[in-house]
Write a new protein. Structure first.
Lengths: 486, 480
């Protein structure tokens, strides 16, 4: 049995030493899910039978010395927009309620090749559109760290599954902050890698030029180990990139001496909750005391990030979601008069309101006469935002920022004002627009006991730096905590 | 008709490329096959699937563009054309709108009177084909077959430079030859591997401005194109003459009825919401790549035609016919390479081969016999192993079944009899049995020798060498 507090890499090590059987690790995860998920609702599908069968196969390979990787035997949850062969994949949408892929997403395939066991599929905002996991067609997920509050989104299920200890690791996806923001709300560690680092093959697209799969973990070392498993060039994804170096776990050094960390003053203005600001600046102070050069910097253009992001993401989404038409798979309306009527009814009944809103927005900005004014202009602004980040990175190793303006909101308080919800993505969307890596780690709690996360943003392909700083910060916080306890 | 009108025509030609696999996935492009057996998550639009460009498509498009004197866009991009239809599994077609691979080219055509004319090419772009819908009227159900979905196409868009059906057909023939010579496509209108949409308008002769045009689709033969152009010209002139406007619309040609009907007008035109496909990075064509494709361009028809005249001494007419089909030209060259006389080979191809092609209403591209067998037959006719009639009969067998003529003649005992003894015996028999004819000959009616030759051939079961028979009759007739 997995001891409480055991990390994923520790669990795998114990399994490989023969102290824990893979099946027992899986059974424990299943037992945790049975016990907790009735309340939390992090999972849409739990594959008990498949996971136990896989556990036996993997155990044999571990026993035979064929599987020696640092995460072999570890159970994992996968966001429900990542296709799993033979296992229902819904995107938390009615339109895909009974969709069972005949193919495996590359990232899921890499998990299995590394000897990890996919336990089930996690809840999310419908088609990853939302910041609270409340737009799921199958009901919201509770924040395990703060009952009555949302877990954030869209990878709310994945973050809640890890935060509650049901699984040590999960895969999420991040189009505008969908890993980093719920990681912050749930008090876990989550990373959005550089665009092109993890194959998108089999990830059901929301905004193709922004989407990236990434790890959700209980700590930085597990996060790095999972990134090592999923990051690879894939010829099935034309936007996939051959990285010069992988081996992200090598970056786990407790050392930030000489690191230049910029804090954009625009990110710490009026819109940011005081407690969130205080916790983040306290963490920054820890890094500074450890030898990092932490100073205020100027980023600029941040007011343009949200509109630019929503124009581009929705434009791509409106086209990406056209294939859900009731013809080939997924939901088809029961009664219809002709082809057009079938399309209209199937899509009207199959999609939820937030998805429809974004499809309409995206269709509008691409329509003839508006394309230049909105879509093309957004592409131009995106290029300018990229330049703004380039300028900062020419001076700094990374940017230190919040992941959200406040801690997790109460359930039911976000959806009535979609514009307000969109604005809360202010600290995360630019990273996707520019294809940058970003990591969120927990840095304490607010006055109500809700988790606060801190985001570190790096230049393209500089995950290693982020992981090193995040790991250092994590170590310093632990030491600090012990000191305070003593 | 009070006024004189001029027809203005531009073409949009779709050519299906002869790649082994589809444009964005590894599925086979083979024609036929049980429905949905050549399909995968990518070409059936499954969620999460992603397109990966087949480089061969880019090379074919580049080669056709170079042959058509186009500028090659060194950073071309793919765009999504969004529209809902069940044969289009993603409900968007991946095509090129903003940055097509080729632009600003031209093709030279020769008109019937021998005058040469340049037809300008606006652009050539790459795109994917759609699947096919099968309607079962009995059960009132439609089925989708994705075997054709994702088969690569290039669309060649001309400027409105053509003025009549002859120019249109000459242009299409030139395009077809380019694609065939490069090996990019077999370009068969009937099978849909070449599809032409005709944009046509009329204007008063001498006018510089363009009239309102219509676009007509579903043209599956040169004949249909020719009929359609005549019909649409007349229809538009009738409208103008009666004071009605021509409506900009898409029309569908019905070849059985030799008439067209309107499908949709511009007011109902769809907004395709084109935008760059974020799944496909721009295609960068490097200097090296471009040079490699340039270097690998084969000799094209105009050069080949000239070479046939210069090197083989063929008449211009023969050279045009032979090079008009890549298959015919290949056969010609392969047969000549085996040592056969070029003029003889040309004759066999131009006369016997094309006669059979026409009889069987085939496309010359589908000629299947081998050069070796034709060369052997020419050799056998040359050295007198078989006489001309036998050679023609044997050729039919070569044409249909590609038989080995040497073996066939041997097995069927068709070789000419050159045995002097046997021949003399047969000649003497014919002279003896036909004293009246011999008499007539001696009286000066020398034409009757034909009858005597016929008698000898009959006796020899057609295998005698007619020249020798003639010679022998002349020699022996005086003895009777």
């Amino acid at each position: 049995m997995r001891k409480t507090g055991m990390t994923a890499t520790e669990l795998s090590a114990a399994i490989r030493r023969g102290e824990i059987r893979v099946a027992d690790a899986v059974k424990q995860a299943l037992a945790e899910i049975r016990e907790k998920d009735g309340e939390i609702h992090a999972f849409l599908t739990v594959d008990e039978e498949g996971a136990l069968r896989k556990a036996e196969e993997i155990q044999k390979k571990i026993d035979a010395g064929e599987l020696t990787g640092p995460l072999a035997g570890v159970p994992i949850a996968v966001k429900d927009n990542i296709c799993t062969k033979g296992l229902r994949t819904t995107c938390a949408s009615r339109i895909l309620e009974n969709f069972v892929p005949t193919y495996q997403a590359e990232a899921a395939d890499r998990l299995e090749k590394a000897g990890m066991v996919i336990i089930g599929k996690t809840n999310m905002d419908e088609f990853a559109m939302g910041s609270t996991t409340e737009t799921s067609a199958f009901g919201p997920t509770q924040n395990p760290a703060a009952p009555g509050h949302v877990p954030g989104g869209s990878s709310g299920g994945s973050c809640a599954a890890v935060a509650s200890g049901m699984v040590p690791l999960a895969l999420g996806s991040d189009t505008g902050g969908s890993i980093r923001q719920p990681s912050s709300f749930c008090g876990v560690t989550g990373m959005k890698p550089t665009y092109g680092t993890v194959s998108r093959y089999g990830l059901i697209a929301y905004g193709s030029s922004l989407d990236q799969i990434g790890p959700v973990a209980g700590n930085v070392a597990d996060c790095a180990a999972l990134l090592d498993v999923i990051a690879a060039y894939d010829e099935k994804d034309s936007t996939s990139m051959k990285r010069d170096r992988y081996g992200f776990s090598d970056a786990l050094k407790k050392d930030v001496k000489g690191m230049k960390i910029g804090i954009p003053k625009e990110y710490f203005g009026d819109g940011l909750a005081k407690d969130v600001k205080d916790r983040i600046l306290e963490a920054a102070e820890l890094l500074k005391n450890a030898g990092a050069q932490v100073e205020e910097c100027h980023l600029g253009l941040i007011d343009y990030a949200i509109p630019t992001y929503y124009v581009i993401a929705c434009a791509e989404a409106s086209s990406n979601l056209e294939r859900f038409d009731g013809v080939k798979y997924g939901y088809r309306a029961a009664d219809y008069e002709d082809l057009d009527d079938m399309y209209k009814k199937s899509r009207s009944e199959g999609f939820g309101p937030e998805v429809k809103r974004r499809i309409m927005l995206g269709s509008f900005v691409l329509s003839s006469g508006y394309y230049d004014a909105y879509y093309l202009k957004a592409l131009r602004v995106k290029a300018l935002i990229k330049e703004a980040f380039d300028r900062v990175f020419s001076e700094y190793d990374m940017i230190l920022a919040p992941a959200a303006p406040d801690t997790a909101p109460r359930m039911g308080s976000s959806l009535e004002d979609p514009l307000k919800m969109y604005l809360s993505d202010i600290y995360t969307v630019s990273v996707n627009l520019c294809g940058l890596p970003g990591i969120t780690i927990p840095v304490g709690k607010d006055r109500n006991g809700l988790p606060v996360g801190m985001q570190l943003i790096g230049n393209r392909c500089e995950e290693a730096k982020l992981l090193q700083a995040a790991y250092t910060c994590e170590c310093l916080q632990k030491e600090n905590g012990k000191e305070q306890m003593a | 008709m009070s006024k004189e009108y001029e027809t203005v025509i531009g073409l949009e030609v779709h050519v299906e490329l002869a790649t082994k696999t589809k444009i964005f996935c590894g599925c086979s492009t083979a024609f036929g096959g049980a429905p949905n057996t050549h399909s995968c998550p990518v070409c059936s639009g499954m969620p999460g699937s992603l397109p990966v460009l087949n480089k061969q498509v880019v090379e074919y498009a580049m080669a056709v563009g170079l042959a058509a004197n186009c500028e090659i866009n060194r950073n071309c991009k793919f765009d999504r054309k969004n529209y809902f239809y069940p044969d289009n599994p993603q409900n968007y077609q991946i095509s090129q709108l903003y940055e097509p691979i080729c632009r600003n080219g031209w093709i030279e055509i020769e008109k019937k009177d021998g005058e040469k004319k340049k037809i300008r090419i606006h652009e050539i772009h790459m795109e994917e084909d759609a699947g096919k819908l099968v309607h079962d009227t009995w059960s009132d159900t439609s089925y989708v077959d994705f075997n054709r979905s994702g088969v690569p196409l290039i669309e060649i868009v001309s400027e409105p430079d053509m003025r009549d059906a002859d120019e249109v057909i000459a242009y299409l023939e030139q395009l077809r030859m380019i694609a065939q010579y490069i090996g990019a496509s077999d370009c068969k209108l009937q099978e849909g591997s070449m599809r032409a949409d005709v944009n046509l308008s009329v204007r008063e002769k001498g006018s510089e401005s363009l009239g309102t045009r219509t676009e007509t689709k579903n043209l599956s033969s040169f004949r249909a194109i020719s009929h359609m152009i005549d019909g649409e010209r007349a229809r538009q002139i009738d409208l103008l003459e009666s004071g009605q406007p021509v409506v900009q619309e898409t029309r569908h040609w019905n070849e059985d009825k030799e008439t067209s009907y309107a499908m949709r007008s511009k007011e109902n035109a769809q907004d395709y919401r084109y935008f760059p496909d974020p799944d496909l990075p721009p295609v960068h064509i490097s200097d090296e790549w471009l040079q490699r494709v340039k270097d690998s361009l084969p000799e094209l028809q105009p050069q080949k035609r000239q070479r046939y005249i210069d090197a083989y001494g063929l008449p211009a007419y023969d050279a045009s016919i032979l090079t008009g089909s890549k298959r015919l030209a290949d056969l010609f060259e392969e047969t000549v390479a085996l040592g056969a006389n070029p003029k003889k080979v040309s004759n066999w191809l131009m006369v016997e081969t094309l006669r059979l092609v026409k009889e069987k209403s085939m496309d010359p591209q589908d000629i299947r016999f081998s050069a070796k067998h034709l060369a052997d037959l020419i050799q056998m006719a040359e050295d007198g192993t078989v006489n001309n009639q036998v050679a023609k009969d044997v050729f039919e067998k070569i044409f249909t079944d590609d038989i080995d003529p040497v073996q066939y003649v041997k097995e069927n005992g068709l070789a000419s009899v050159n045995d002097a003894g046997a021949l003399e015996e047969a000649v003497r028999k014919a002279l003896q049995n036909n004293p009246n004819v011999v008499q007539q000959y001696k009286e000066g009616k020398t034409k009757v020798i034909g009858f005597l030759v016929g008698q000898v051939m009959k006796e020899m079961k057609g295998k005698a060498n007619p020249a020798k028979v003639n010679e022998l009759i002349g020699k022996l007739i005086q003895e009777y």
